[in-house]
Design a protein around this ligand. Sequence first.
Ligand SMILES: NC(=O)c1ccc[n+]([C@@H]2O[C@H](COP(=O)([O-])OP(=O)(O)OC[C@H]3O[C@@H](n4cnc5c(N)ncnc54)[C@H](O)[C@@H]3O)[C@@H](O)[C@H]2O)c1
Length: 278
Amino acid sequence: MYNLLKGKRGIIFGALDENSIAWKTAERVFEEGGTFVLTNSPAAMRLGSLQELASKTNSQIIAADVTLVSDLENLIEKAQLILGGKLDFVLHSIGMSVNVRKKNHYIDEDYDFTQKGWDVSALSFHKLMQTLYKKDAMNEWGSIVALSYIAAQRVFPDYNDMADNKAYLESVGRSFGYFFGKDKKVRVNTISQSPTPTRAGNGVKGFEEFISFSEKMAPLGNASAADCADYIITLFSDLTQKVTMQNLFHDGGFSNVGVSQAVLETFSKYNENSSNTR
Ligand SMILES: NC(=O)c1ccc[n+]([C@@H]2O[C@H](COP(=O)([O-])OP(=O)(O)OC[C@H]3O[C@@H](n4cnc5c(N)ncnc54)[C@H](O)[C@@H]3O)[C@@H](O)[C@H]2O)c1
């Protein structure tokens, strides 16, 4: 490995199990010499296997519900004490929609659920950055990254209200990135990641079809959670200090393809079959 994060300290949100993007990222940050505190919601602590990751990476865990500013304040204060100074990197790798969980269609949302999902998936990014900013917890040239999906910008019908949450998240990344850059020399970016088989991903209706479709569309194929972790390392490293306020596509080229040969071929087979049966 390259020691890209030697001496850097951070907080990693959202590692639930070994499939999580945050889990793979924590493993890679550890390999690159970074130290960090792991965090997740108290409910996720009971469900997942975070302790295993903490032992593997010599890190401590502090529970925090990302919707509660008091939890974030406690986490950010304690993390700096544990790690011995201000932070160089923060990963927000969190998403949850109650409407998706309850299988409510986009045109039949329960707005209490919508609000809860927005708070967890989108507003939390603002709450996190506002807390980091007010506590002056980031070192200069630090890096904050959150995860997004292309449904923020183009319609993927079954992504449901998560599409709106991601649009909000990307906007918060730009807006807060301005102030964090100007006042503290800290960069803020979102990564628009390929569909990835994780607990959050598998919750989306038609996920199997999503993932096969984008695999056929993307010239380089889908980016895995491990690929995403590698990309996050570059954004946490000193090699990307002037990259900020961007939504960065990490999707094997999917976002710039109108249609691929592989997808077209599925239609020619369909046409042959349907003309044969006429
Ligand atoms: N999986 C995909 O296809 C895909 C594609 C693009 C972007 N993303 C995004 O990547 C990020 C990580 O998701 P993942 O795919 O690794 O799935 P995941 O299910 O492993 O991670 C989601 C995490 O959010 C945490 N979380 C939920 N509510 C919380 C709360 N109140 N407080 C703190 N944490 C909370 C969960 O405990 C979990 O660890 C999410 O933002 C997701 O939307 C995922």
